[in-house]
Design a protein around this ligand. Structure first.
Ligand SMILES: [Zn+2]
Length: 495
């Protein structure tokens, strides 16, 4: 511990000279003084205890695993940490000065806004015929995201139409794009053998997970949502890429030869015949807009509803209504504030109602986050609870991770949220699975590397490419299981 204190002091000192550079970057000058560090823990319980303390004390935790915590530290927080009871087994500095290690131009909203506006300005004259369209080379403001959705709707009108999921706390629209083959209605017979009639029991009672034993007459709903956490800019951008790749693979034959495509046409066509996807780039338009505002905060995580004590924002991914834990993060100023009650966030109430709406027939849900390179399934609130579908979930995420790795060689860890990340009550997929009865509930943490949430825009495209491969593998797996087909991962040919 003494050694750690000495290290922390040294880090505080080395951070000081970069104050001067704050003048070169008016946006978020504090980032020049701050470091990105990784703390290692001797045990899971030490990591759990540390993250709770860090959240309660307004530290900015960027990612967690049972072994490591990555967080942003100011000089004063270094001192606070070194005098605390926490005893990390190691401290590694990932970025000595967060801003210095980034291309200052890609860090600023101004840069991103200019590039986004340029890409969107050309939208009316392009047919979006290839994935090398410049829309995938920059991040996009909320307005630009929605303009791109509208352009998809215009260009692919037989397959795509915009839906309004609801409104944010500040009254902004939460828009999604429904994507399906609108001229095709399936009648698929479900195998009796594949019917799941199971339940699990916990302190809240018995949760039934029954699936109807009759023919499916309507399409299977599959919702893909990004952006619960505002600063994870890569998530909405990857959702746009997933939409574009799926639509292009289905619509254009022959496909432009110079352009990458993930899907085989039969797979894409079958998915759009049997599934009605809803892609929602961001569930948190207020928080996302705040990360783009010049008076805002690029690293804002929560939504923007007032929470008392002059603070704003509920951590939406701690505010879902299954195993929501009152008092788990009581500080309303904390980045992980879970709210005063479950579904306090109006954004979550809107998406909850959308997921439960009968006509949407939602059987699949994918919650897109960054960062950490993980593909996960329930549960998040506890590692001692497993679901009756765990074996199927595991098979699905292994299949998806394998497809993902084949694109750019990235390894994504797989498992339950609790096992791979840390215990987090109030998480989305715990509710969608246990209460929403959405059997195929998954979440993903996209790539971030040492850049974390400040991933350079040059990585949007590779991140989209690899996630698109994982997504088609996962969606195809879900459809085949729902249709009662056999699936043997050892014998399957890659999609
Ligand atoms: Zn997140």
């Amino acid at each position: 511990m003494l050694g750690l204190k000495a290290t922390l002091l040294a880090l505080v000192c080395t951070a000081l000279p970069s104050y001067i550079q704050a003048q070169q970057l008016p946006f978020a000058p504090h980032l020049h003084q701050e470091q990105l560090v990784r703390l290692s823990w001797p045990s899971r319980s030490a990591a759990e205890e540390a993250v709770a303390w860090l959240d309660d004390n307004n530290f900015d935790v960027w990612s967690t695993t049972p072994q490591h915590t990555t967080l942003r530290l100011s000089p004063s927080q270094h001192e606070q940490l070194s005098s605390s009871h926490l005893s990390p087994s190691a401290l590694d500095v990932l970025l000595p000065s967060i801003a210095d290690h980034l291309d200052s131009t890609t860090l600023t909203p101004t840069f991103n806004l200019q590039h986004s506006e340029a890409a969107v300005a050309n939208l009316s004259s392009t047919r979006l015929q290839a994935l090398d369209d410049p829309i995938h080379d920059s991040y996009h403001s909320l307005d630009a995201l929605y303009q791109i959705l509208r352009r998809f709707e215009e260009e692919f009108s037989d397959y795509a139409h915009i839906v309004k999921v609801g409104e944010s706390a500040e009254g902004k629209d939460i828009l999604g794009l429904k994507v399906t083959n609108q001229s095709y209605t399936p009648t698929v017979s479900r195998s009796q053998d594949d019917v799941v009639d199971s339940h699990f029991e916990d302190s809240d009672g018995i949760h039934a997970l029954k699936h109807k034993k009759h023919k499916i007459h309507k399409k299977l709903g599959f919702v893909v949502a990004g952006g619960q956490h505002a600063r994870e800019w890569i998530a909405p951008s990857v959702v746009l890429y997933l939409i574009h790749d799926l639509l292009l693979s289905t619509v254009y034959v022959p496909y432009p030869s110079h352009s990458h495509r993930t899907y085989s046409r039969p797979t894409a066509a079958h998915l759009l015949d049997t599934v009605e996807f809803t892609f929602i780039p961001t569930l948190n338009p207020d928080g996302y807009s705040w990360t783009w505002a010049t008076e805002g905060d690029r690293l804002w995580r929560k939504n923007r509803q007032p929470t008392g004590d002059g603070c704003y924002g509920v951590d939406m991914n701690r505010n879902w209504g299954f195993k929501w834990a009152s008092g788990s993060r009581p500080n309303p100023c904390s980045d992980a504030y879970a709210g005063e009650g479950p579904f306090e966030s109006p954004e979550l109430r809107a998406v909850r109602d959308y997921l439960l709406e009968k006509k949407n027939n939602v059987k699949g849900f994918l919650d897109v986050h960054s960062f950490g390179q993980m593909i996960m399934f329930p549960f998040s609130y506890s590692c001692s609870r497993s679901s009756p579908d765990e074996e199927n979930h595991f098979e699905g995420v292994v299949w998806a991770a394998k497809a993902l790795r084949a694109v750019h060689g990235k390894n994504f860890e797989v498992g339950s949220v609790c096992e791979v990340s840390l215990t987090a009550p109030g998480d989305s997929i715990d509710w969608t699975y246990a209460v929403g009865k959405i059997r195929w509930s998954f979440s993903v943490e996209l790539r971030g590397g040492i850049f974390g949430f400040l991933l350079p825009p040059a990585q949007i495209r590779p991140s989209g490419e690899e996630m698109s491969a994982a997504f088609v593998a996962l969606a195809d797996y879900v459809v085949r299981k729902e249709e009662g087909q056999r699936f043997d991962i050892a014998r399957e040919k890659e999609i």
